[in-house]
Design a protein around this ligand. Structure first.
Ligand code: C5P
Length: 216
């Protein structure tokens, strides 16, 4: 970790509101917003397009090694291009939702993508959202948040966005996998957002960052 660059880690289950919070925190702090889930999604999207059985670990690993995953800075966040193609909204498709947790459970996939996630810190202060950011990717950061909400509220929020996503199944796979499962880091600031609106959640995060001396 480059000592002068800082990380705000935001973890939590599917559809807990991490992205909305991370976007707002990034705007307020000027830190680069990195959505690590998009990397797992982009690989899954690309593997599905190449007709690869996502349950076949070695094929998925070979595929990862054969593609170019390029990050493009757009405003304050990052877009991912695969071999020059922009997957756009397809990253959130039902097919990707259905397979991404299987792909993300592969040890070699995680070690490669975690390596790339850590590289962002070499160029910028970052707000990174995901499942293992505070526990594995940047365990040394003092700025860790775990954003939660009840399964009912999360399902409602996802339905509001449109799209088909079996959140319970994804959470089960993400929490039970052997490598870097979704956990609440011991030193994370946990926010149950079930009965809060976005402004209130962002306010809580910023107030904690203020108390920790990161922002004024
Ligand atoms: O955050 P999002 O729901 O878009 O992430 C999609 C999937 O990517 C998760 O369900 C999980 O399987 C995987 N993921 C992960 N580790 C991260 C971020 C996402 O395993 N840091």
């Amino acid at each position: 970790m480059v000592p002068s660059n800082k990380v705000i880690a935001i973890d939590g289950p599917a559809a807990s509101g991490k992205s909305s919070v991370a976007t707002r925190v990034s705007k307020k702090t000027g830190f680069l917003h990195v959505n690590s889930g998009l990397m797992y999604r982009a690989l899954t999207w690309s593997a599905l397009r190449a007709d690869i059985d996502t349950n076949n670990e070695s094929k998925v690993i070979d595929h990862l090694n054969s593609i170019e995953m390029e990050c493009i800075k757009s405003n304050d966040s990052l877009l991912l291009h695969i071999n020059g193609n922009d997957p756009g909204e397809e990253l959130k498709s039902e097919e990707v939702n259905r397979s991404v947790s299987v792909v993300a459970a592969i040890k070699e996939v995680r070690s490669e993508l975690v390596k790339r996630q850590r590289e962002y810190l070499l160029v910028s202060d970052i707000v990174m959202e995901g499942r293992d950011i505070g526990s594995v990717v940047f365990p040394e950061t003092p700025f860790k948040f775990y954003i939660d909400a009840s399964p009912e509220v999360r399902a409602l929020r996802r339905r509001g966005e449109g799209g088909v996503d079996d959140l319970i199944e994804r959470d089960k796979l993400d929490s039970s996998r052997k490598v870097s499962p979704l956990v609440i880091p011991e030193d994370a600031f946990v926010i149950d957002t079930s009965e809060m609106n976005l402004d209130e959640v962002v306010e809580k995060v910023l107030s904690e960052l203020n108390q920790k001396g990161l922002i004024t």
